[in-house]
Design a protein around this ligand. Structure first.
Ligand code: FES
Length: 293
């Protein structure tokens, strides 16, 4: 059973603005019944270019109904430019939060709004189309959409991406590609963060260095190890020596130890400092496992 906020329940039991506006200024239709969720959003502007009415029709769960209902309430009175700034996080926040497994409902709301604005900007001619390469064919999710949910919601695992846009939640064949997109986006984010630091600030204090090492492990290294049944723990930092322990699969496998140590060292040098080197903490390591066959 999901944990729903009172506000979400209230919007589910008493949804606002259900239906469809006749002769709307913008129409956005997203999702599909085959994928289990669909949403149609229509809006009408007043003479000052503000949204005076918005209605929705949806096929979906309690969260889909509640997010669509609050979305229509949120955009009423806004100009097109103001409405275009509404994010899926704004929708979820307005409801006081959503169970993570239901975040894709807020993303569907934001997509429907974008599609309706696009339709309005094209004079009513443009319909929502998938843009760019489709990564998840089970749910029709593109690389662009996956990149966007990762960036806007700071996602670091495939499971989170599935919760936010469904990609990866079917046959699972696209999970490897999603993993690569996470690495690409998160790597870019850390680099951007570093580039915005003034040169002086790049001389990291010990605390900053440890924080950046931890962040790099969380965002760059752990997701990849988890995908293979493993994990990593930061034990200590002594000067430029980073002491880590490997957990899970192959924690004590000689071959894996060297491979993983090299990968971790390369990532830490790339994102934190060239001077770092990695050592494995053997005391906290797990019992060796048989690696025959
Ligand atoms: S292709 Fe993405 S879950 Fe099947």
């Amino acid at each position: 059973m999901w944990e729903y906020t009172e506000k979400l329940k209230e919007h589910f039991f008493n949804p606002r603005n259900v239906g469809e506006i006749k002769n709307p200024d913008g129409i956005g239709e997203v999702g599909s019944l085959a994928c289990g969720d669909a949403l149609k959003l229509t809006f009408k502007l007043d003479e000052n270019g503000r949204i005076k009415d918005a209605k929705f029709k949806t096929f979906g769960c309690a969260s889909a109904i509640a997010t669509s209902s609050v979305l229509t309430e949120m955009i009423k009175g806004k100009t097109i430019d103001e409405a275009a700034k509404v994010t899926n996080k704004d929708i979820a926040d307005y409801l006081g939060g959503l169970p993570e497994q239901k975040m894709h409902c807020s993303v569907m709301g934001r997509e429907a709004l974008e599609a309706a604005i696009e339709n309005y900007n094209s004079g009513g001619t443009k319909k929502h189309e998938l843009e760019g390469k489709v990564v998840c064919t089970c749910f029709g999710v593109t690389e662009k959409e996956i990149e966007r949910v990762i960036t806007e919601n700071d996602l670091t695992t495939v499971e989170q991406v599935t919760n936010y846009c469904k990609a990866g939640g079917g046959c699972g064949g696209c999970k490897g590609e999603i993993e690569k997109i996470i690495e690409k986006v998160q790597g870019r984010k850390i680099k951007e963060k570093l580039q915005t630091l003034p040169t002086k600030a790049r001389k990291l204090t010990n605390i900053q260095k440890i924080q950046l090492i931890q962040q790099t492990i969380n965002e760059q290294i752990r997701p990849a190890l988890r995908a293979h049944g493993g994990n990593i723990e930061l034990i200590d930092v002594e000067g430029n020596k980073v002491i880590v322990a490997f957990r899970g699969m192959c924690a004590q496998c000689k071959l894996a130890e060297y491979t993983m140590k090299d990968v971790v060292e390369a990532k830490l040098r790339e994102f934190v400092s060239d001077a770092l080197f990695v050592e494995e903490d053997r005391d906290s390591a797990q019992e060796p496992h048989n690696h025959r066959g």
